[in-house]
Design a protein around this ligand. Structure first.
Ligand code: PLP
Length: 370
């Protein structure tokens, strides 16, 4: 019998996620599976929680990993904080802001959006003006808009949202582990992420944190959380307290992987990891510009881990990606929505953000474009 898995080859993952997985994480995934109520596994959960708090710069006790990908983190944030009729403001400058608005709308919220051109950042002053006209219970923004490569001013918006009195939801799926994220200082009430971007773990978990104010809202809801699997009232009894209560079986081995990737992050050191992302980003941009290519985003709003490159007019962008994958075994991403066919998205996330990888891609691109 033919086993398709035998045909999997190593691909250099330089797209918008998943990113390259270090050997230590693969080894962690292959450790013996323990029971989900096992005392030693609970110890691993507690230490994972504590490393996540450190990574997110928060003291929030309700910090854990949702058992599904980043989109489930997004869903968990909204489904727990939003009730039908709640006025919610979503900042949109890309795919993931649009997805937030979709989720909030499905929950029956009174959703307003404030939109900015894709490839440009959210402007805090405009958010402030919007908030002066109507009272919102939740404001949400994406920190690192992976569809465009733009970094949004989460700290500045946080000050404005705090003054207004709304709960503040931030998507840090792509930013966490690649650039600083400071939940408490930036006055964030719910922040969620994913494992397969800068944390360099395979996809499958969504780290998330809830402030005391967010928990109060959850505990004082008029209606039950309309989604059983993501109901924090129940999940917090498995992830905290002396006596753990079973809710669903934790993805044990995935959590080993997350533990290991957090361990690697702190072993290398926060500042060193952020510097590595910035330096490889600068090397990539310099190399692309030497090839005559231009970046989509202005330098001051660029993300180091997601680089949007404008495809020159005479080049078939899909063919370049296909050659990169098949001949050079490198994956890069395509544009989404209004940017489909117009940009490439080059990821330098986590373990992928290494100078030898940047060189390999630049050499390949230069051969193909010639
Ligand atoms: C990737 C991503 C998501 C969705 O995460 P999945 O793991 O694909 O479910 C959400 N927000 C942003 C900003 C992302 O980059």
């Amino acid at each position: 019998m033919k086993n398709l898995l035998d045909g999997i080859e190593e691909v250099l993952l330089m797209g918008p996620g998943p990113s390259c997985v270090p050997d230590e994480v693969y080894k962690a995934l292959a450790k013996p599976t323990l029971g989900h109520m096992d005392y030693y596994f609970i110890e691993i959960m507690d230490e994972t929680k504590s490393m996540l708090q450190d990574l997110m710069q928060t003291k929030n006790p309700l910090t854990l990993a949702i058992s599904a990908t980043g989109s489930a983190g997004m869903e968990a944030a909204f489904v727990n904080l939003v009730e039908p009729g709640d006025p919610v403001l979503i900042c949109i400058n890309g795919v993931f802001g649009t997805r937030m608005a979709d989720i909030a709308t499905r929950l029956g919220a009174d959703v307003d959006t404030i939109e900015f051109k894709w490839g440009t950042p959210v402007i805090p002053g405009n958010v402030k003006e919007k908030l002066s006209k109507k009272k919102y219970s939740v404001v949400a923004v994406v920190h690192a808009e992976t569809s465009t490569g733009v970094k949004n001013p989460v700290r500045e918006i946080g000050d404005i949202v705090k003054e207004h009195g709304a709960l503040y939801i931030v998507d840090a799926v792509t930013s966490l582990g690649g650039i600083p994220v400071e939940v408490d200082n930036w006055k964030i009430d719910v922040l969620y992420s994913g494992t397969q971007k800068c944390l360099s773990c395979p996809p499958g978990l969504s780290p998330i944190t809830f402030s005391g104010k967010a928990i109060k809202k959850i505990q004082n809801r008029k209606n039950k959380v309309p989604n059983w699997y993501l109901d924090m009232n129940m999940i917090m009894q498995y992830w905290g307290g002396k006596k753990r209560v079973y809710h669903h079986t934790a993805p044990i081995n995935m959590l080993y992987g997350l533990y290991q990737s957090l361990f690697l992050f702190f072993q290398e050191g926060r500042d060193t990891v952020y510097k590595r992302h910035q330096e490889t980003h600068e090397m990539l941009v310099e190399g692309l510009e030497k090839l005559g290519l231009k970046m989509l985003v202005e330098p001051s709003h660029r993300l180091p881990m997601l680089n949007s490159v404008i495809v020159p007019e005479k080049i078939d962008e899909a063919e370049v990606r296909s050659t990169l994958r098949k001949k050079y075994k490198i994956e890069i991403g395509a544009g989404l929505g209004p940017l489909a066919g117009k940009i490439w998205r080059i990821g330098l996330m986590g373990h992928t953000a290494r100078k030898n990888n940047v060189k390999r891609l630049l050499d390949a691109l230069s051969e193909i474009i010639k």
